[in-house]
Ligand binder design. Structure first.
Ligand SMILES: NC(=O)c1ccc[n+]([C@@H]2O[C@H](COP(=O)([O-])OP(=O)(O)OC[C@H]3O[C@@H](n4cnc5c(N)ncnc54)[C@H](OP(=O)(O)O)[C@@H]3O)[C@@H](O)[C@H]2O)c1
Length: 289
């Protein structure tokens, strides 16, 4: 039986018993797959859930939520398509209520920096009565190697509606290790972990680092928002996703998130991985071949 440790000053009960079972919502994605592997390596029985996973979970189909949550101690939650969409906070509030009712103890939510809608969703979780933590991330380094920026890097020309704004890109291995720590360590509960890489780079500098690491010259061009939207639409990207990316590039990438935090170092007791190290590893493993 769980041993109740104490009432923390942040107002919810924490338990010293270990997390034995977990579900990863968005478990086939970039962070979800890493968190799933990290939990399994720690001996946590882990269920992978998404629209295409063995455990079917769809944010747009509430019937799928209950079965995904049944019989687990904890959940790592990535929201799709992005917490920036207006319905995210009501979805997270409903999800958290259901999780509590299903006997889930702890939820760790992946969030984004400097996004008002994401902060509302974080609040939905922190008010839920669950043990909680938020991993609030800067832009992912792996957007360049596993996400929507991979193909332009592969074809050696990246054009984005962003100038010389600096961003401390976070390596997803670091982010996921912090998420696994938050899921498995009671001392990390009730906190927002704002994770960043160790230095800020502009997109042009990031592309230069990738060119250097891969030995393939990649050019970077700043384009207007309208041209960006037109090109995305012409390339078959759905309207909703074009709007979302346009919002992220035009409003969130305005320099508000350029500062570096020491959270990775604090939680993992080692430095955060530098973008150049990420780029070398991605090149070595054939991300852009
Ligand atoms: N990219 C960034 O730089 C950045 C920065 C900060 C925060 N974030 C946040 O990161 C989250 C994305 O995490 P990620 O990069 O690890 O994931 P990802 O690689 O984008 O993959 C998306 C995951 O969500 C699942 N999914 C898609 N639509 C779904 C739906 N309707 N219902 C349930 N699952 C669905 C996908 O699997 P199926 O297709 O099988 O459903 C997949 O497992 C977003 O919430 C975003 O706000 C991103």
């Amino acid at each position: 039986m769980d041993r109740i440790d104490d009432w923390r000053s942040n107002g919810y009960m924490t338990s010293t018993s270990e997390i034995q079972t977990a579900v990863v919502i968005g478990g086939t994605g970039k962070t979800g797959a890493r968190v799933g592997r990290g939990l399994t390596a720690k001996g946590v029985r882990t269920r992978i859930a998404s629209r295409s996973a063995g455990t079917v979970f769809d944010w747009n189909d509430r019937v799928t939520w209950g079965p995904a949550l049944s019989g687990v101690d904890a959940a790592y939650v990535t929201y799709a398509p992005d917490l920036a969409v207006p319905e995210s906070s009501s979805h997270i509030a409903e999800f958290a209520d259901l999780a509590l009712a299903a006997g889930v103890r702890r939820v760790v939510l992946l969030s984004g920096r400097g996004e008002p809608a994401a902060e509302k969703a974080e609040e939905s979780l922190s008010c839920s009565g669950l043990e909680w933590a938020v991993v609030r991330a800067s832009w992912f380094a792996q957007n360049f190697s596993e996400g929507y920026l991979r193909e332009p890097i592969r074809t050696r020309h990246l054009a984005l509606p962003v100038g010389d704004v600096a961003e401390p890109f976070i390596d997803l291995d670091d982010l996921s290790e912090v998420a696994v720590a938050a899921l498995t360590r009671a001392d990390l509960l009730g906190r927002v972990f704002e994770v960043t890489g160790p230095r800020s780079l502009s997109f042009a500098e990031a592309v230069a680092a990738i060119s250097l690491a891969s030995g393939r010259a990649v050019t970077f061009e700043t384009i207007g928002l309208e041209q960006f939207s037109e090109e995305m639409t012409a390339g078959g990207v759905p309207d909703g996703m074009v709007d979302l990316l346009s919002y992220l590039f035009s409003e969130v990438l305005d320099g508000r998130n350029r500062f570096v935090t020491g959270v990775v170092e604090e939680v993992l007791e080692r430095p955060a991985r530098d973008f150049a190290v990420f780029a070398a590893e991605a090149a070595r493993t054939g991300a852009w071949s």
